[in-house]
Design a protein around this ligand. Sequence first.
Ligand SMILES: NC(=O)c1ccc[n+]([C@@H]2O[C@H](COP(=O)([O-])OP(=O)(O)OC[C@H]3O[C@@H](n4cnc5c(N)ncnc54)[C@H](O)[C@@H]3O)[C@@H](O)[C@H]2O)c1
Length: 321
Amino acid sequence: MKRNSLKDRILITGGAGFIGGHLARALVSSGEEVTVLDDLRVPPMIPPEGTGKFLEKTVLELEERDLSDIRLVYHLASHKSVPRSFKQPLDYLENVDSGRHLLALCASAGVPKVVVGSTCEVYGQAGILPTPEASPLSPRSPYAVSKVGLEMVAGAHQHASGAPEVGVVRFFNVYGPAERPDALIPRLCANLLTRNELPVEGDGEQRRDFTYITDVVDKLIALADQPLPPVINFGSGRSFSVNDVVRVLQAASSGAEIARKRPRPNEISEFRADTALQTRHIGERSGGIGLEEGIRLTLNWWESRGLDDIRQRIFQEEGAD
Ligand SMILES: NC(=O)c1ccc[n+]([C@@H]2O[C@H](COP(=O)([O-])OP(=O)(O)OC[C@H]3O[C@@H](n4cnc5c(N)ncnc54)[C@H](O)[C@@H]3O)[C@@H](O)[C@H]2O)c1
């Protein structure tokens, strides 16, 4: 990754979380100086050790002096639960306000580059599949609305003089070890191991575009070495149904039962990324991890934690974001 002698550190907000933690460890092990900011509102799945200098504060508490030696920011801190956003929608305004505060500070501190984490949820029920970046935004949850707001803040900086270079990454479904158990694949793994059942919301035919975490980290690092496009999809370009995921887990277990649950409100039937810009920008990524292998690696990671730990995690999730 390109260096700058005066500003030599990379800041990752939300760096104690799933994507941020993996990214921080990968950057530290490649010799980068990393600062992680996280207020630990969500109990980390892996303690934030080996991830560089740690700032325990919210994004809104960040000060200009925290940024004096920063050359690149990955802004990943966020409220991110779709179901919880329907219960506490106004909390999600913090996602917009944090982006506004961070980008204004980056401008005044002279941080050259900021990658802002957004989501495919901004497309809602997309009219075009696979969905290119230029598709209309049609958010269907307060979480997705907050990310549209965050993207608008990023867009304002993209058009301002003297502002850092700002690029928005729309993540599709990222999965792997250390993802919290409110997300689909970890929830299935945790329930399989503790109850030998696989909870499926609705008919399970909803389709998602899954990418294994190490492949996403690889793309995030590659992206930072290029001029940032204003918005870029990070997905695989393929979609699989929840039932496909369930079949992989059933094959890895002994007779796990499917537990049918109510469908989610405003459930989106399919997300699938148009990856043309991603390929043009950071090239074809070789050696990626396919869905079956990725699910097996994730299940093995959950298995290695032991049942008491998994039960405690599920319990903690009920109170977290
Ligand atoms: N995981 C996915 O599949 C996925 C998909 C689409 C978008 N995203 C986006 O990627 C980013 C990272 O997601 P993740 O899965 O790693 O989430 P995560 O919940 O595992 O990590 C987020 C971290 O941010 C911290 N945090 C939240 N708000 C904060 C604030 N205001 N100040 C300081 N710390 C704060 C939390 O404590 C947590 O450690 C988020 O912006 C999310 O919206 C993720």
